[in-house]
Every structure is written in structure tokens, then in C-alpha cells.
Design a protein around this ligand. Structure first.
Ligand code: ZN
Length: 187
């Protein structure tokens, strides 16, 4: 089972990539997506560019129809635009928002559909370390829906599953990691 050891950096590495994705780009969609403003159209509609929630291609989303909602109370103005993926031709809904006193550019508030989480782990992990794989897949799904604490818990579980598989001594994870380090199974 020592064969599990090399997979830990893969798991960590994948997580690093995910956490490096800037969540500020869009609150409701966990992949990079940017809003496209059209000053030449007096900001009457918005488009988007990024990863398509339908086909997964990096694409541009051409606006086809838009509706601007008036500001109500403390709510911002919203520009609700139906846009079409240039790759697969399917539609998404782009929601832009801004407050009346702000500059006219719309900021991205939401994209629909949300798409599906990418919980792919390397096949060699799935084949050899199914416990680690299952826990890390769940961590990725938790991260997608912004359940960050749950994601951390499942990452910890994946790491502990690896330690147990490596026959680490100790009851707590930190002791198990120390034991694996002392025995040279991890460096
Ligand atoms: Zn598409």
C-alpha cells in the first residue's frame, strides 16, 4: 500500500489549482467567467467569456436578449441577458448588477446554469486508493458549492485515509504524519 504515497502530492496539487481560481470572478459559478460590457450599446446588454457550463469549452457568450431591472430599495440595478455559447450554441443567463451611483459597467452577479462540479481525480488514485479518491471527490464537490469547511474536512479525511493505508502509527492525524515522516514513508 506504500504505492499510495505518491498520490498525496497529486491530491494537494489539484487542490492548489482549485484554490488559485479567483472566486471573486463570479459568486455563483466556480470556474473563471468574466462579464463583457458594451459601452457602445450604452450598457443595454451584457455578454460573458469563460468556461461554458454546457460544453466545457472556453467560449464567448453572445447576448441575444436583455432586460434591465430597475433598482428597488437597497437592491442594485440588474441587467439580465440571455446569451449563446459560440461553441455549442446553447444558452446561458448572465446577470449583471450595479448601483445607480456607480460607474455604468455591470459587474457579474450570477451565471445560470451553474454547471456541474469537476470531481475528477487521477485514475491511478481511483484504482489503487478508492478511500482517498472517494473523500477527495467529495471535497471537490463541497468546494464547488462553496462549502469550504466541509471541503477541508473531506480533504483531511482523504489524507488520513492515505496515512491509515500506509499503516501509520498513532491515533491522531498529526501523530500519523509524524510517524510516516520518521519511518521515511513521506519526506
Ligand atoms: Zn458551450
Amino acid at each position: 500500500m506504500a504505492v499510495l504515497l505518491p498520490f498525496l502530492p497529486m491530491v494537494y496539487g489539484d487542490l492548489d489549482v482549485i484554490f488559485q481560481q479567483t472566486p471573486c470572478m463570479l459568486s455563483a459559478y466556480n470556474v473563471p467567467m468574466q462579464i463583457v460590457n458594451f459601452p457602445e450599446l450604452r450598457y443595454a446588454k451584457v455578454g460573458a467569456s469563460g468556461i461554458c457550463p454546457h460544453c466545457g469549452d472556453k467560449s464567448y457568450f453572445q447576448p441575444v436578449s436583455a432586460y434591465t431591472e430597475s433598482a428597488q430599495g437597497s437592491e442594485p440595478l440588474r441587467c439580465i441577458t440571455a446569451a449563446r455559447c459560440e461553441s455549442c450554441k446553447k444558452f446561458i443567463l448572465v446577470i449583471g448588477a450595479r448601483y445607480p451611483h456607480q460607474t455604468p459597467e455591470w459587474r457579474l452577479e450570477a451565471i445560470y446554469p451553474l454547471g456541474t462540479p469537476n470531481d475528477t481525480v487521477p485514475p491511478e488514485v481511483e484504482e489503487v486508493a478508492s478511500d482517498v479518491s472517494a473523500s477527495f471527490k467529495e471535497a471537490l464537490r463541497c468546494h464547488f458549492i462553496k462549502s469550504y469547511r466541509a471541503s477541508v474536512v473531506m480533504c483531511r479525511r482523504a489524507i488520513q485515509s492515505s496515512a491509515v493505508s500506509l499503516k501509520a502509527n498513532g491515533g491522531r492525524l498529526i501523530a500519523q504524519i509524524d510517524d510516516l515522516s520518521k519511518s521515511g514513508k513521506i519526506t
